[in-house]
Write a protein that binds this ligand. Sequence first.
Ligand code: PSV
Ligand code: MN
Length: 433
Amino acid sequence: MAKKFEIDDGFIAEQNEKARSWVEEDYDALAKKLNRQDVGIEDLVERARDFRVAVPSWGVGTGGTRFARFPGEGEPRDIYEKLEDCGAIFKLVRSTPGVSLHIPWDKPKDADELRSFAKARGLHFDAMNSNTFQDQPGQPFSYKFGSLTHPDRAVREQAIEHNIECIEIGKTLGSKAHTVWIGDGGNFPGQQHFRRALERYLESMREIYKAVPDDWRLFIEHKFYEPAFYSTVINDWGTSYYCARELGPKACCLVDLGHHAPNVNIEMIVARLIQFGKLAGFHFNDSKYGDDDLDAGSIKPFQLFLIFNELVDAELGKVENFDPAYMLDQSHNVTDPIESLVMSAIELSRAYVQAHLVDRAALTEAQEKCDPLIALATLKQAFTTDVSPILAIARERAGGAIDPIGTYRASGYRKHKAEERPAKVGAAASGIV
Ligand code: PSV
Ligand code: MN
């Protein structure tokens, strides 16, 4: 097999030389400013270096809408090519060694080989994801009217089996979590008996739960609508929380930022789940109207910061069993997916580092003294601090790029992949992700 193009560490180092002088200047200026606030910049660089967010295998392919999909050049055609792209993202930002697989989209022929392929690129496997929202060729029963909650036991059993298979694959790949998102629900009033559907969900999930190893977690992902447009079985965090409690300690609630009605206070949901010991983690993305799956931090960066403010508050407060899994879940319709994922990973590090800049003593004092203006000003001071030099230096020290997008473009990665990966005929169909 011909050697595939990779972004070389030496090339990244060379590109970094071009940016070094201005980054160091900005870094020194920021260090002085933070010093006046009694904040050590080196601590923040360490925090940024430790931050991790997983990349979804499906995010490196071009997404689409219900209307069309416009495939990009050199798209990955299988899981190995997807991992190559994840490897490129990781090389540039160094915060994304985890890759989350979706079965059957990424079903490996040889799990051990896939694991070594990932390892050779510094990657490992994050949470597994099942798919009972589409029918697969040759599948005996259809999910048109539901999966884990379907009225027909045979359909439910098929969906349970599929989830157990995902866990089995995950065990060979070294994964430690399984995420269940179902599209089950109704499009018409009266179509589904709400209580019976939820009972069936729990019954099915109990079977899946039994297959979850003791050192794994089972993530329940809620979503308020789509593909069921009238009612969805696991529609909100309250239902998710109820189910996680019913199932047991391995079950917890995953928050996909796009899965709430507009204007819902997501940071408060996050705080509640932390307080109840049931926060699984996140699928990060951004949205304007619905589950738009836009790039994290592109529309509501302040909301992202406020979410991280809750997370960092819990981290610093050493809340028991607080161990959220961070992942991106986005659909890149008009950008190069690698560039979007690189930018999004950086935006998450940014929000994380900014949240560490919040003067928590001052915030508590403002809260205790009922001073909302100073409380907001305290948050805004952190949010408006440009921490870009910290992020750039953290990346560079980890072997990544000071300017990841510039370096990626200069490498010609996509052009090389376009040559290596001639487009598959008929790959332009519509479809979300
Ligand atoms: C559903 O919209 C979702 O957020 C779930 O995480 C799925 O696994 C993923 O998107 C599939 O695209
Ligand atoms: Mn999701």
